[in-house]
Design a protein around this ligand. Structure first.
Ligand SMILES: C[S@@+](CC[C@H](N)C(=O)[O-])C[C@H]1O[C@@H](n2cnc3c(N)ncnc32)[C@H](O)[C@@H]1O
Length: 192
């Protein structure tokens, strides 16, 4: 099966990961367009790098397709930040931060228009696979929620994975807090 004839069908391997899936290009582009429509100023991306087209290379989208004043890209791995630095060197609105994204969000004191969550989180020993991500994304929302602007957006990657995964707790919690889902699939975009 190739990507053209998937027809909404995502075959899974035994480990629960996709055998074939769509890249996030359309979701990232749509998010960039909406960001500009709401006159967004600040993007925070937790989990960055230039991981390739199937992962998104999202920093190229934010720099090339939005009018953001600040694009803050956070990663635990300096090599990932270096990749982004090289790929976005002509953009003065990019800030690269070596940190744990949740800790950074807890300390962040300004407002956020777009929060892009695309980081990994390990499972605790003995926990059901994916629980670590589900809990970490909920924690990220709680850390950021009071800093989100009135019409802010939250974009979550890999939401085409079986539960529990990144979207399991954060999506219902965000909806309880006034966000609506604008699209779902390879990624989920929430806006309020
Ligand atoms: C899927 S990749 C990001 C892909 C990237 N957004 C792109 O479009 O190519 C996930 C990244 O999350 C980073 N990461 C894992 N845990 C993190 C954490 N707690 N805080 C910040 N970054 C983290 C990893 O080092 C890795 O580079």
């Amino acid at each position: 099966m190739n990507i053209e004839n998937m027809d909404g069908y995502i075959p899974l391997a035994q480990n629960g990961f996709w055998q074939i899936r769509h890249p996030p290009t359309k979701s990232l582009d749509t998010t960039a367009t909406l960001f500009n429509q709401i006159n967004g100023e600040t993007i925070i991306e937790v989990g960055t790098g230039m991981h390739g087209e199937m992962s998104g290379n999202s920093m190229l989208v934010w720099t090339q397709k939005t009018s953001a004043k600040r694009i803050i890209a956070i990663d635990l791995d300096q090599k990932r930040l270096d990749e982004v630095k090289e790929a976005t060197s002509q953009y003065s609105n990019v800030e690269l931060v070596l940190a744990n994204g949740i800790e950074y969000l807890n300390k962040f004191s300004k407002t956020i228009d777009l929060l892009y969550l695309d980081f990994w989180a390990p499972d605790a020993e003995g926990a059901f696979p994916g629980t670590g991500r589900a809990e970490a994304y909920r924690e990220a929302f709680i850390a950021a929620k009071d800093k989100m602007k009135t019409h802010a957006m939250i974009l979550i990657d890999d939401t085409d994975h079986i539960h529990p995964w990144k979207h399991t707790y954060i999506v219902p919690l965000a909806r309880e807090n006034g966000y609506s889902v604008l699209h779902t699939g390879r990624q989920t975009l929430l806006k309020r």
